[in-house]
Design a protein around this ligand. Structure first.
Ligand code: MCA
Ligand code: AMP
Length: 509
């Protein structure tokens, strides 16, 4: 559309809104409301107009911590149209966690859930936020009022010009050491990756995606949502994962994207096999999908789950093929436009088949960490390859297998937990000498968080949990706390987490 032509990413995402504005974009399953591509972008235009009225200038950050809603999607696209940088935050974060993100990113606008306004208003003020709005799960709040006031003129908003290298979003990803880092994502990175995925996975205007992922992360926002916008297809939009609800929707849908926990939970649902018959594609990512889940899914539904591999910093890197063999236990082949190599610690490429660190390069890469050039430099090679921290190998057919992580990271139900952050919170509790936080196998979540604690006085598991409430989001809190006299260490004094993982491997069943 002419009015979006100068905005690199919006011009691509809004193509269907220009060519077929009446085409359905989304059915909000909870309310039954239906929204066309054209109406979505009109809503986005009103959001953009409201943002400009609130003082947003090109490059300003627009942060939001709210429940998944259609209005939040409109704000994402509205921020793009306004030339701003969209910054979504997990609604599970505590006000203390939000304070860090707002302080670091210094957004011009912050949008929060009306139920948390009282707790977050002082946080926003402290961070120097220019304008604070509310947005409830029902789409109501002061943001909706401000957007509504923009009327027809707002709906026709002409996009602020933005080039391929300008930033479209910042997503925070915790560091293995130190504070969370904001991954800066350009219009180029997001546009090129979603276009590649749309074509690689054969998404068209005929597709109907069951959208049950959260929209504060790469998977639900830049993979699921952007692909459906670019394909001109539609979404059955769920507020959150709901196994029975998804099975019920399958006969009306063609595709599902999820984390492995989606698939293990769906396997327990009666009627799955019959419901999945007319589906075209099941995609899994964000955490390793067990080969046994892949096989069980094939037995139950006749479909082979397509597993792909990505990161916040890189978007999607590899994918099993649409038409070729989808190999269980592998993450497939590098996507078109993505180069991948396996290297030793010094960045020297290793022969095929050897295990090393995966490094990637391509238009999909982020533009660095927000205001942390030294952290960016640590993870980039001089020739432009990004060091993922994932360990793996490439087989003779080019398929990539991830065998582990060089970084100390737990992935629980598709959400990342950095042990260091949890250890610091536990170590700050009175009576704690030190702690080690590990991930152990969890039948539902893949990995679950366990804390091993050395205390100077008798302590209860519940005491540690209570001490963490309000400091850490619940998904980061340990599912179990074990007390020991001392932590196992090597000769250098480093805690042997592998020994702990072995000792407590059965703890979460
Ligand atoms: C919820 N809880 C969790 C998790 N989710 N605990 C550990 N890990 C989790 N992932 C806890 C809550 O705090 C709560 O605890 C209890 O479980 C029930 O909460 P509820 O919200 O009802 O949970 P749920 O609906 O069953 O959610 C589980 C879920 C969800 C469906 C697996 O976490 C989810 O949608 N995960 C997907 C995340 C995602 O999109 N990841 C992609 C990131 P309590 O009862 O104690 O209060 S993007 C990425 O990784 C890269 C780029 C990539 O490649 O995609
Ligand atoms: P995030 O920090 O949320 O961007 O998570 C990225 C990390 O998730 C990657 O570095 C991998 O460790 C992991 N990951 C994503 N997809 C897969 C997959 N299909 N298999 C194994 N690990 C994955």
């Amino acid at each position: 559309m002419e009015k979006y032509a100068g905005n690199h990413l919006a011009a691509i995402l809004a193509r269907t809104a220009g060519e077929a504005p009446e085409a359905l974009f989304l059915e909000d399953v909870a309310s039954g409301a239906r929204l066309s591509h054209g109406a979505l972008w009109q809503g986005a235009g009103r959001m953009a107009a409201a943002l400009l009225r609130a003082g947003v200038k090109p490059g300003d950050r627009v942060a939001i911590q709210a429940q998944k809603s259609v209005a939040m999607l409109e704000l994402y696209l509205g921020a793009l149209l306004a030339g701003a940088v969209f910054l979504p935050l997990n609604p599970a974060y505590t006000p203390a966690e939000v304070a860090y993100f707002l302080g670091d990113a210094a957004p011009r606008v912050f949008v929060c859930d009306p139920a948390r306004l009282e707790a977050l208003e002082p946080v926003a003020r402290e961070a120097g936020v220019g304008a604070l709005f509310t947005l409830g799960a029902d789409g109501q709040g002061t943001l909706a009022e401000a957007a509504g006031a923009e009327g027809a003129a707002g709906a026709g908003f002409e996009a602020v010009a933005r080039g391929a290298e300008d930033l479209a979003a910042i997503l925070y990803t915790s560091g293995t050491t130190g504070r969370s880092k904001g991954a800066m994502l350009s219009h180029r990175a997001l546009a090129s990756n979603s276009l590649a995925l749309r074509d690689y996975w054969r998404f068209t205007a005929e597709d109907v995606l069951i959208h049950a992922l959260p929209i504060y992360h790469t998977h639900g926002l830049f993979v699921a949502t952007n692909i459906m916008l670019m394909a001109g297809g539609s979404c059955l939009f769920l507020p959150k994962f709901d196994a029975a609800g998804i099975v019920e929707l399958m006969p009306r849908a063609s595709a599902l994207m999820g984390v492995p926990t989606f698939y293990t939970r769906l396997l327990a649902e009666p009627g799955l096999g019959a419901a999945a018959r007319t589906m075209r594609l099941f995609v899994s990512g964000s955490a390793p999908l067990l080969a046994q889940t892949h096989r069980a899914w094939f037995e139950a539904t006749g479909h082979r789950i397509l597993e792909r591999y990505g990161m916040t910093e890189t978007n999607m890197n590899t994918s099993n093929p649409y038409e070729g063999e989808r190999r269980p236990g592998t993450v497939g082949l590098p996507l078109p436009g993505v180069e991948l190599r396996v290297c030793d610690g010094a960045g020297r490429a290793l022969p095929r088949g050897e295990i090393g660190t995966l490094e990637v390069r391509g238009d999909n890469l982020f533009s660095g960490y927000w205001q942390m050039p030294e952290k960016t430099a640590e993870e980039m090679r001089p020739d432009g390859f990004f060091i993922t921290g994932d360990l793996g190998f490439v087989d003779t057919d080019g398929y990539v297998t991830i065998v582990g992580r060089g970084k100390d990271l737990i992935i629980s139900g598709g959400l990342n937990v950095y042990p260091k952050e949890v250890e610091e919170a536990i170590d700050a509790l009175p009576g704690v000498v030190e702690s080690a936080v590990i991930g152990v196998p969890h039948a539902d979540l893949g990995e679950g968080v366990v804390a091993v604690v050395v205390a100077s006085e008798p302590m209860e598991e519940a005491g540690v949990r209570a001490g963490l409430a309000g400091r850490l989001a619940r998904f980061k809190q340990p599912k179990r706390v074990v007390f020991v006299a001392e932590l196992p260490r090597n000769a250098m004094g480093k805690v042997l987490k592998n020994v702990l993982r072995e000792a407590y491997g059965d703890l979460l069943g």
